[in-house]
Design a protein around this ligand. Structure first.
Ligand code: SAH
Ligand code: SF4
Length: 374
């Protein structure tokens, strides 16, 4: 792939090498210069080539002439009463109006998770998901995916050697952004090449240096992409299951009509069979009177009995004009108890950032429609 952007965030090491060669860097320096630039971008968080002292003035100037490390514009930054942060980011486009995406940061005592978007809008219309009401606008580029992580690190002063203090709630040890979940807007497996290029940089020791178990990719069930994720990325996998019978899943998660439960669960079995692959997380949104009966809980246990798995019950997060309601507390508790009795620990996921519409399924940018959320 050749680089078709002047912004070097998201360029692979090979693309960067080609850029350097094209501006006259001698062949024998290419490997070292590439490493220095990666280090500057991802480990130090440089926003200007002039901050990369190791390059020397001449190369800094040459790069500055044609290339940038620009971040997207931060349109809004909201901080929830529980410490969750949400950014609305605007990315200029070479061939049309700018697009906007949302990125969410969720601090907990032992980790700080960044929920990253892979597309603007989503082409799957899962009936309970707010993002699904927005038309699919664009696959984010590797740079636009990585820039979400870089902006979070910028705003939280989370690069190596950052001395700035940021007020707020953060994990008690380690990095502020310690985990990445591809659970923002969009279906990552429909934008596989770009997600892959971004995650390979996130995983690389020369790049952001995340370990595979600290990156989770969530899919609504694009079966062919699951095997590719296993072969080419080997990150942790989450499946948006939400229903245990095809008839209902066809409605809640319409991609099920193309890849029904049997095929989806077969792909999951194979994923966990790979060396190093661990348990798969199954997401199950609790919808009142729709998928929350004890029979559903029993069937869920049966379906997953031969797959090493975790289950996350997600209380449904309402959004304007949705037809669904969240299950009652007692119903969720009874459902969770049943799962607990079958060996699934703490299956209910706490809702975070609800006051700023940052919870699961509430992300939607207004690149397209008229109503603003903030
Ligand atoms: N498209 C991918 C990645 C998005 S992840 C996927 O669907 O897996 C977002 C998660 O939030 C998914 O599990 C999704 O099913 C869930 N979700 C969507 N709308 C929701 C809502 N209103 N309340 C709770 N969870 C929701
Ligand atoms: Fe798209 Fe995932 Fe929302 Fe479904 S749940 S509409 S796949 S973002």
């Amino acid at each position: 792939m050749t680089l078709n952007s002047q912004n070097l965030i998201g360029a692979s090491q090979q693309q960067l090498r080609d850029v350097l060669a094209s501006i006259g860097v001698p062949e024998k320096q290419l490997a070292q210069r590439t490493k220095q630039i990666f280090h500057g971008i991802y480990i130090r968080g440089a926003t200007q080539f002039s901050q990369m002292a190791s390059l020397g003035k001449d190369l800094q100037h040459a790069l500055q002439k044609d290339f940038t490390l620009d971040r997207p514009e931060i349109v809004t930054e909201q901080i929830s009463i529980d410490g969750t942060r949400k950014w609305l980011l605007r990315f200029p486009q070479p061939d049309g109006p700018a697009v906007e995406v949302e990125t969410v940061y969720i601090p907990e005592s032992d980790r700080g998770t960044l929920c990253v978007s892979s597309q603007v809008g989503c082409s799957f219309n899962c009936s309970f998901c707010y993002t699904g009401t927005q038309p699919m606008m664009k696959n984010l580029t590797p740079g636009e995916i990585l820039a979400q992580i870089m902006v979070a690190r910028d705003r939280l002063a989370d690069y190596s050697g950052d001395a700035t203090e940021v007020e707020g709630e953060f994990p008690s040890t380690g990095r502020k952004v310690s985990n990445i979940v591809m659970m923002g807007m969009g279906e990552p497996l429909l934008n596989f090449e770009n997600v892959k290029q971004a995650l390979l940089i996130a995983l690389s020791d020369d790049g952001l240096g995340f370990s595979r178990r600290r990156i989770t990719l969530s899919t609504s069930g694009v079966v062919p992409g699951i095997a590719r994720t296993g072969d080419e990325l080997k990150v942790a996998l989450a499946i948006s299951l939400h229903a245990v019978r095809d008839e209902l899943r066809d409605v809640l998660v319409p991609i099920n009509r193309k890849y029904p439960l049997r095929e989806l669960l077969d792909a999951c079995r194979q994923y966990t069979g790979l060396s190093n692959a661990r348990r798969i997380t199954f997401e199950y949104v609790m919808l009142k009177g729709v998928n929350d009966s004890m029979e559903d809980a029993q069937e869920l246990i049966r379906l997953l009995s031969d797959i090493p798995s975790k289950i996350n019950l997600i209380p449904f997060n309402p959004w304007p004009r949705t037809q669904y309601e969240c299950s009652d507390e007692q119903t969720i508790a009874a459902f969770a108890r049943h799962l607990h009795q079958h060996g699934y620990s703490s299956p209910v996921r706490a809702t975070r950032g609800q006051d700023i519409m940052a919870a699961c399924g509430q992300l939607k940018s207004e690149s397209h429609s008229a109503v603003r959320l903030n």
